[in-house]
Design a protein around this ligand. Structure first.
Ligand code: ATP
Ligand code: MG
Length: 193
């Protein structure tokens, strides 16, 4: 490894814009989209004494009864996390049912965003019902655009629609360099769920 001298120049000017709610997108094929969103939710919750509002997490592809590590911890911390889906996977049979759940779930998420009650609303894995055409992208865009000015929204999922990326303030693409799954290592408790 090459050894470098630490930088001494300030790499950017002092920002002069106004603070406001951000649209943050975590997309790409590598691991870490949802976990990074959960990290943001934790951080936001830790500043509740400053903003006085709650954080709300919606998961479009998880069942309401999901009890992964994050559900157990968020419950202890008092951060509501709500599964809106039927745990859809390649095994799913009833696509119309999945689509209906996604549309119902979107109405809940939309109401939460527009209520202005939350400091942050996380829409985990919302890209999948959008890609599958289960819910209208136009309504999602319209809701994001017209949301109260101070509401932060975090979107995760692979192949984020370009219209959302265009609208977003901060977009991160998780690039897969390696994933243990490709070496035949199965998903593990506490790492994947
Ligand atoms: P995580 O929830 O661990 O942050 P993620 O949200 O980035 O992952 P998803 O696309 O939601 O990833 O995938 C869900 C599951 O697939 C997770 O268990 C994750 O570890 C796994 N996964 C993520 N990226 C890959 C990959 N490149 N190859 C195989 N499995 C992956
Ligand atoms: Mg995910």
């Amino acid at each position: 490894m090459h050894i470098e001298t630490p930088p001494t120049d300030k790499p950017y000017d002092k920002p002069e814009g106004e603070r406001r709610g951000l649209l943050i997108v975590n997309t790409g094929d590598g691991k870490g989209k949802s976990t990074a969103a959960f990290g943001l939710a934790l951080r936001a919750h830790g500043r509740q004494h400053v903003h006085g509002k709650t954080v709300k997490i919606f998961q479009f592809m998880k069942v309401p009864s999901a009890r992964f590590g994050e559900h157990r911890m968020f419950e202890q911390l008092g951060i509501p996390i709500e599964g809106l889906g039927d745990g859809f996977s390649w095994k799913s049979q009833d696509l119309e049912h999945s689509a209906q759940l996604a549309r119902n779930g979107w109405e809940k998420a939309k109401a939460a965003i527009l209520s202005g009650e939350h400091f942050m609303v996380v829409l985990d894995e919302i890209t999948y019902p959008l890609i599958y055409g289960w819910m209208p992208l136009d309504d999602v865009l319209q809701t994001l655009q017209s949301r109260p000015k101070d509401v932060h929204v975090v979107i995760t999922g692979r192949r984020c629609p370009p219209e959302i990326i265009e609208l977003a303030d901060t977009v991160t693409e998780m690039t897969k360099i390696k994933h243990a799954f490709n070496a035949g290592i199965p998903a593990q408790r506490g790492i994947e769920d």
